[in-house]
Each structure stands twice: as structure tokens, then as C-alpha cells.
Design a protein. Structure first.
Length: 165
């Protein structure tokens, strides 16, 4: 059973290497589909029937989505392989929050976008994914800093942050 983040990432990298040996993962994160994880945890075992677990990986050429095992956190079957240009259009509503961040991903063949919830443990990987996918176009503030007001620029490294009181 994979518990450590690095072990899970190695297992996903091995699964990708088995499919495409010439492609290298840039970042991988674990995610849970469905509505709010808070709501699903309140529903207990019934709530678990409504969620799916995935590993989303940004590689040098594509975004891959593997189903994750509920019990062992190992990557299972490959669900989607999406070219980077299509993935950029498929990812919307990136919401970086304190405990559960989320984004919406329009999977191929699905009628509407799937909400993917990312736990705090994987937030740094989410930031790397978003910045890597959009080439820094969607800026994510450094950890611990609030988002600046709409249209304002982020403070440069080493300068005081006017958005913190």
C-alpha cells in the first residue's frame, strides 16, 4: 500500500513508462472526483460510492489520468491521455483553497466537466501542474500568501506583501 507521496509518484511514473517510454512525468497529483469532500465524508460509506480516485500527471507531451485504487493508492487503468493543447482548454475553474483545492476537467467523451478535489498534501503539485500546463499564464500565489485583488500584480520576491495585514 502506497502511503508516501514519493512512492505514489514513482508508481505512476512506472505506469507511464510502461505505456510510453520516451515521455517523462513533470508532476503528478492525487485527486478525488465528485462534490465537496466535506459532504462526501459526512455521508460516510454511501458518500464513497459517488467519488472516484485519480492520479493526474502532466508529462512533457500529454496529460494522463489514471484511476487510483481505493485501497492501495496504486495507479490502475489509464483512463485518459489528453494532448497538452486540448488539456489547456479542458481545465477550468482552478480554485486554490486552504484544505481542499479544486479544478474542473472536461474529460473526453463526458457531457460536462468533472470536478477534481485536491487535498492540501498535494497542493504544491497542483500549483506546478497549473503553472506547467498554462506556462505560468495562470499565476498561483506562493504558499501562505493570499490572492491579490483582481488585476493587481503579485509582489516580487523579497518585497513586502501589501496584501497581508
Amino acid at each position: 500500500m502506497a502511503i508516501r507521496k514519493s512512492t505514489m509518484q514513482e508508481q505512476v511514473a512506472a505506469a507511464i513508462a510502461a505505456i510510453e517510454p520516451n515521455d517523462r512525468p513533470v508532476v503528478t497529483f492525487h485527486t478525488i472526483s465528485g462534490p465537496s469532500p466535506w459532504l462526501m465524508s459526512q455521508l460516510g460509506l454511501i458518500g464513497q460510492l459517488f467519488v472516484k480516485y485519480y492520479f493526474v500527471t502532466l508529462t512533457q507531451r500529454v496529460v494522463t489520468v489514471h484511476r487510483a485504487s481505493r485501497m492501495s493508492n496504486r495507479p490502475q487503468e489509464l483512463v485518459h491521455v489528453i494532448p497538452l493543447d486540448q488539456a489547456r482548454a479542458a481545465v477550468t475553474d482552478v480554485n486554490r483553497a486552504t484544505l481542499w483545492s479544486s479544478l474542473k476537467f472536461q474529460f473526453p467523451g463526458e457531457p460536462k466537466p468533472t470536478r477534481l478535489n485536491i487535498g492540501r498534501y498535494w497542493r504544491a503539485e497542483l500549483d506546478t501542474f497549473v503553472n506547467g500546463l498554462f506556462g505560468g499564464g495562470q499565476a498561483v500565489p506562493p504558499q501562505g500568501q493570499p490572492y491579490p485583488p483582481q488585476g493587481a500584480a503579485y509582489p516580487q520576491q523579497g518585497q513586502p506583501n501589501p496584501y497581508q495585514s
